[in-house]
Design a binder for this molecule. Sequence first.
Ligand SMILES: *Cc1c(COP(=O)(O)O)cnc(C)c1O
Length: 381
Amino acid sequence: MRKMEETPLSWTSRAWREVDGRALAHNARLLQGLLAPGCRLMAVVKAEAYGHGAVWAARTLEAQGVDAFAVACLSEGVTLRRAGISGVILVLGWTPPEQAPLLAAYGLTQAVADTAHGLALSAQGVELKVHLALDTGMHRLGIPAEDTAAIAHIFALPHLKVEGIFSHLCVSDGSSEQDRAFTARQLEVFYRAAEELQQRGLDPGALHIQASYGLCRLPPQPCQYARPGIALYGAASSPDLPLGVAGLEPVLSLRARVVSVRTLPAGCGAGYGLAFQAMEDRRLAVVSIGYADGLPRALSQRGGQVLLGGTRRPMVGRMCMDQLLVDVTDGPEVAAGDVATLIGRDGGAHISAEEVAQQCGTIANELLSRLGPRLPVVPLV
Ligand SMILES: *Cc1c(COP(=O)(O)O)cnc(C)c1O
């Protein structure tokens, strides 16, 4: 474990997120190596960079040569601009047309969600940079990619400067024959739309369609950007869904203090509902992190563990809002003030975000992006 930057003691007094800038830079370099010549990363830093801190992540990536970022909404884009991020910032989600002046003032690029959105944005009379979302089969956002006339119509609207077209793959993490065929079809429809625009004398601008799985699993694509999120943070969505790229390093560690260690006598219960019952004397450590910090409450009763003294110890009973209980009867001695690791490495042991997410029936993307604002983000140096 490397040393933390000089930080106020309070940052690590209770529970915190450690983020490793070297790991993030390493992952960015590794992913850059998968791109075709002329293709660049558009780093997805929405939802506080999946819980890692958007400004920290964008600055770290900028130092690595990344000059395009994607966010979910206007306010996330404004936050990055105010922090001095200067590259392309694409707002992937729907922005109310009346907020066009803010998009323009902050130099943000807006995704056009559908024809109605394009018309309404144009009607604001504000010069806007936009990328058109094309629906190639996910049926979430985008103008149908086959509808060249509708796409061309957006190009002809006043005040909109179309600088790119993009789409999103919805089964690129699957490995069935059917999934692969669907992804191939999405790519085909996407590139055909670009060609048809060119045939009409329209410049589609930058093309992008790969998120993490598309980037890691497909051959290099003839695009100008790839939009990885979760892979940049060194995680797959799930242990069952490997990215298929070796060498990505987890960026985030989640740690919390042991605040009290006590003996639970045989026959006694602990925590809400007395859900944990001691058949024999047990040693319990109280760890100061809970579901209000973004940990799923179910984790403690679905096999959740923490690392203490380099070994795995089971969570027991019901997780509280601000604390949880760990059975430390077996293994090295534990004392108040010790650091428990919920995600990350401690000595030779490691708990991955994918593993924790799977225990809770979700994916690492959700787990990480929900880690709460009460957890200070502490960059490692
Ligand atoms: C969130 C998102 C991404 C990043 O997805 P990952 O699977 O985390 O790489 C890319 N593109 C769009 C449109 C998204 O919404």
